[in-house]
Design a protein. Structure first.
Length: 534
């Protein structure tokens, strides 16, 4: 859709652009979709759609920094607000008696039926005097707002629809910011009006997600219908600047490993190393600090597990997305009677009884970590994320309270990937800063011996392979399992996998599902199954 078409269909967009251009003397650059290359633009001033009738204008302001302005139909005067309230009240009045059902995913259709029952568009005929008469623009605007507030997510709907948003932060009714995948931290024009309206909004949100909030229970965690994770801190007694909440956006289609390599989050050789580790049943932990991209890297790596494997995942919030048919997805239940609650500890014990080929734990935080190590000890590869900035700190946390894994058990884990969010030359980047192998516990050392096989060079922004002819996992674990007479031949296989990944990037195979298809074809037919020559 061109900008001219967008303006013709959305009068509110045309008014906004005329006002902004008149005030600043410059018009935003319109894009139907965004490219990460825009991160390097000398000046941020871009407009893009996130689905009619919502458009996003991202621009730089001298004092505030990057501004994220959601352009959507709005109530523009007290009279407009009064008229809209009257329409909404009439709909709510007749809804209990209407012959409609909101089951089977037809909510939008039924809202429109109710709406058309109470309004008419510019007829001027007495026949319709029992209906509220609207202009065409009012009709479209009110319908959008009703659908947004009743079925959608209210004022934050533009950000929920926007695929380029990572996190949303609301602190009080008039302080909403976000983390944009391309432009970083930005401040928004999203508002909830006042503390009372924000409190009412959070009560409704809590009820919708099955996690009611109140003065007695002011802090809750839950998931939105699209899978995004939300944390609510209700009450000004607890949150002094007003009730607040944070949303971590969920994407239904993970990023592909080729996309991460193209962005230099990790190298093709590191990706190939993970490929071999996951193919041959190594236990791998992706560690790092908050917002370092751990879950993204984990999800991008899961297609390396053979597609015939039986997988169990255990999580507090559904984030893990393996592309396998035999996948049992387990979620904790922390509400209701004590005897009916299900913890990660419980889920991992249940998973062990099911004899899966792989166990994936979305994030290890507590005593379930001990069960994860028991699973490894019994021959079940475990893949998980964990909050730790280094292997040393990871070991300290696992061997300390409340996880309490004996240090002699740590070598059941094979590989630790450390990922960090870093600033380099003024840019926010996510990088795999190291990959280390757990060699074993040695009594004479009174500790665990590790080998660093990959290391990120921050000066040149490159990933250095230090494990060539010196990898304990590749030579001792994988090469023996694969049947190599000379363990060092495994490096030829490593570089072959790296070339396959590089060839996919060269052919611009970045779609997650296309990457999955290539990997699956390689497992089925080897090099002959690939859609290109190596």
């Amino acid at each position: 859709m061109s900008l001219e078409e967008a303006v013709a269909r959305n009068p509110h967009l045309g008014r906004y652009l005329r006002e902004y251009t008149s005030r600043t003397g410059r018009a935003p650059e319109y894009h139907e979709s965004l490219s990460r290359d825009l991160k390097d633009a000398p000046r941020v001033n871009f407009l893009y759609p996130v689905g009619d009738p919502i458009f996003i204008h991202v621009y730089e302001a001298e004092e505030e920094g990057v501004i994220y302005h959601a352009i959507e139909p709005r109530l523009e005067s007290p009279e407009d607000e009064k008229k809209y309230t009257t329409v909404l009240e009439k709909i709510l009045e007749i809804a209990p008696y209407a012959d409609i059902s909101f089951e089977n995913g037809n909510s939008l259709e039924n809202i429109k039926k109710l709406y058309d029952t109470v309004v008419s568009v510019g007829t001027g005929k007495k026949l319709f005097s029992n209906r509220i008469e609207l202009t065409k623009e009012e009709y479209d605007k009110y319908l959008y707002l009703i659908e947004r507030d009743i079925i959608g997510t209210g004022p934050i709907e533009p950000m929920i629809r926007d695929p380029y948003i990572e996190d949303i932060h609301v602190i009080g009714p008039n302080n909403t910011s976000l983390v944009h995948k391309i432009f970083g931290t930005a401040y928004t024009n999203i508002t909830f009006g006042d503390d009372i309206k924000l409190a009412e909004y959070l009560k409704r949100m809590g009820e919708r997600i099955g996690r009611p909030v109140s003065e007695a229970s002011p802090i809750v965690d839950g998931s939105l219908p699209d899978g995004s994770r939300i944390n609510i801190i209700y009450s000004t007694d607890v949150s002094r600047k007003g009730s607040s909440f944070t949303i971590r956006k969920f994407t239904s289609t993970p990023l592909s490993i080729t996309q991460l390599v193209a962005w230099n989050t990790l190298s093709s050789t590191e990706a190939a190393y993970l490929w071999l580790c996951l193919e041959y049943g190594m236990s791998v932990f992706v560690c790092g600090e908050t917002a370092s991209g751990k879950t993204t890297t984990l999800n991008a790596s899961l297609p390396f597990i053979k597609h015939t494997s039986k997988i169990y995942s255990a999580e507090d919030t559904a984030e893990v997305l393996p592309p396998h048919r035999i996948w049992q997805q387990l979620i904790t239940r922390d509400r209701g009677p004590e005897e009916g609650r299900v913890t990660l500890f419980d889920l991992l014990k249940a998973a062990l009884r099911s004899r899966p080929n792989y166990i994936i734990v979305g994030e290890i935080r507590g005593e379930e970590g001990a069960v994860a190590f028991q699973a490894m000890q019994t021959g079940h590869p475990v893949i998980s994320t964990f909050h730790a900035a280094s292997v040393r700190k990871m070991i300290q946390r696992f061997t300390g309270h409340p996880i309490n894994v004996p240090i002699t058990f740590i070598d059941n884990l094979n590989v630790v990937l450390i990922q960090q969010a870093v600033y380099r030359k003024g840019k926010f980047l996510r990088r795999v800063t190291s990959i280390e192998e757990i060699e074993g516990y040695y009594e004479e050392l009174k500790g665990v011996a590790t080998r660093r096989v990959f290391e990120w060079d921050p000066v040149n922004d490159t990933h250095v392979f230090r494990g060539l002819n010196n990898s304990y996992v590749l030579e001792t674990k994988i090469a023996e399992t694969a049947g190599y007479e000379d363990p060092r031949e495994i490096y030829d296989e490593l570089f072959l996998r790296a070339r396959i990944i590089e060839k996919m990037i060269e052919k611009e195979i970045f779609s997650y599902h296309e990457v999955v298809k290539v990997i699956k074809a390689f497992y089925q037919k080897g090099l002959e199954g690939l859609p290109f020559r190596i």
